[in-house]
Design a protein around this ligand. Structure first.
Ligand code: URA
Ligand code: CA
Length: 431
């Protein structure tokens, strides 16, 4: 087989066989096939696309390019949740204990990553003593016994995806549904769960700016998952404005605690139920999505979800008393209100720009080397559709520096007050 012939085949709109796709990914991972040939192929895929069979083959070839996690020592159906990324997305912190409280095993491998705030691990590290440096055996034992554990990323997962994603980034081929779907799904499948629930975000703060694109991506990922034997469902959710009120690490831990108590922001709660009921259903703990949602509500009302969060924190060395006393979480030195300049209705809160404002305070990493400040961030006191009077606080800034003029300027530039507002639909679709 010659790579040049395979590039030509895809360039001409023909279908690549399983063997051909394996040859490409294997050769690229080993370094036998150079970047320039894979660049040309990525561009051919961008224009000619792949069918569902090719997408599944590409995904599995990337899964097999490196280590895969074997969770077979954990009893029960393991369901993983993945978000395509947004601003102030606190769902994992809520869903992990919520679902585990229904005896569904949550074996979460999580990263730190770049973004407006830290990843799930950074957020959990806002809790004194909490750590994810546990052995594989301890991880398995914790999940079997307590149904929940989080471990830092281990092993060399999907090296082919790492190389290809970096190459796509500099060859204008990131924005292909086929390449995005196979990239995301390869990582989820390599991480070893039996079933996958996807939260595909759409809007200013999301990778997919329109609901149509997000739907297409969701369908592509669900098709790949189901084709390769992992039950997969998806929710398409709004990310035009940030999710919930908190954007920042310890602020989001507090928000998750409030939500587990049944007093969280409405949108965060609604999305957690939408994703959670799919997780419960796929785990075989309910016969319908409606029944699954009832069960989730029950463990919030009877306090089991909150108890599970405490148990989880204590198991991994953390101080679980923060759940009853969130004042123990890291606190910022300066609390600054940003008042509305006029009466009206909040018409727009541009998610990605507000996320960047939180990052300017130090809530997230701009580069892999950046230090993160767990205490800082933003609390949105108003969401789209809320009435506001001049002088009322729109946002509360939690900062560890005295002068935050740059942040205030960004907030004013990206929260628009008008005479009327259209509240965005939170759940666009279920796939
Ligand atoms: N996120 C990924 O992991 N891969 C892509 O290709 C795009 C977004
Ligand atoms: Ca939030």
């Amino acid at each position: 087989m010659r790579m040049v012939d395979l590039i030509a085949k895809k360039r001409d709109g023909k279908e690549l066989t399983t063997e051909e796709i394996n040859f490409i990914i294997d050769g690229y991972t080993k370094g036998d096939i150079p970047d320039y040939q894979v660049s040309a192929l990525a561009m051919a895929i961008y224009f000619q696309d792949m069918n569902e069979r090719e997408r599944a083959d590409l995904t599995m070839a990337m899964v097999h390019s490196g280590d895969t996690i074997d969770l077979s020592a954990i009893q029960g159906i393991k369901v993983d949740k993945h978000s395509t990324g947004g601003v102030g997305d606190t769902t994992t912190l809520v869903l992990a204990p919520l679902v585990a409280a229904l005896d569904i095993p949550v074996a979460k491998m999580s990263g730190r990553g770049l973004g407006h705030t830290g990843g799930t691990i950074d957020k959990l590290e806002a809790i004194e003593g909490f750590h994810v440096e546990i052995s594989k055996d301890e991880f398995v034992n914790l999940v079997n016994e307590h149904k929940i554990a989080v471990i830092g990323q281990t092993g060399n997962l999907t090296p082919a995806d790492k190389k290809l994603y970096a190459l796509r980034d500099v060859t204008a081929t990131v924005n292909s549904i086929t390449l995005i779907a196979s990239s995301i799904m390869s990582k989820k499948i390599a991480a070893g769960s039996d079933a996958i629930v996807l939260d595909v975000k759409t809007g200013a703060g999301a990778f997919m700016k329109t609901a149509e694109d997000a739907k297409e991506l969701a369908h592509a990922m669900v098709s790949i998952g189901n084709k390769v034997g992992r039950k997969t469902m998806a929710v398409i959710s709004d990310m035009s404005q940030p999710l919930g009120s908190a954007i920042g690490n310890s602020l989001e831990v507090k928000e998750a605690i409030d939500t587990l108590r049944g007093h969280g922001p409405k949108d965060l709660e609604e999305l957690c139920f939408a994703l959670g009921r799919q997780m419960v259903y796929l785990a075989g703990k309910a016969d319908s999505l409606e029944e699954a949602e009832e069960k989730l509500k029950e463990v919030i009302h009877n306090g089991k979800a909150l108890e599970k969060f405490k148990e989880f924190i204590a198991n991994q060395g953390g101080d679980s008393s923060v759940v009853d006393d969130p004042d123990k979480l890291p606190k910022a030195a300066y609390i600054i209100e940003v008042p509305a300049k006029e009466d009206g209705m909040v018409a727009e809160i541009v998610a990605d720009e507000i996320g960047t404002a939180a990052m300017l305070l130090g809530a997230g990493r701009a580069t892999k080397e950046s230090e993160i400040d767990l205490a800082v961030g933003l609390m949105l006191n108003k969401k789209i559709g809320d009435k506001v009077k001049a002088g009322e606080s729109l946002v509360t800034i939690h900062a560890n520096r005295e002068s935050v003029d740059d942040v205030i300027e960004k907030i004013y530039a990206n929260i628009r007050i008008g005479s009327h507002a259209e509240t965005p639909v939170l759940i666009h679709d279920i796939v």
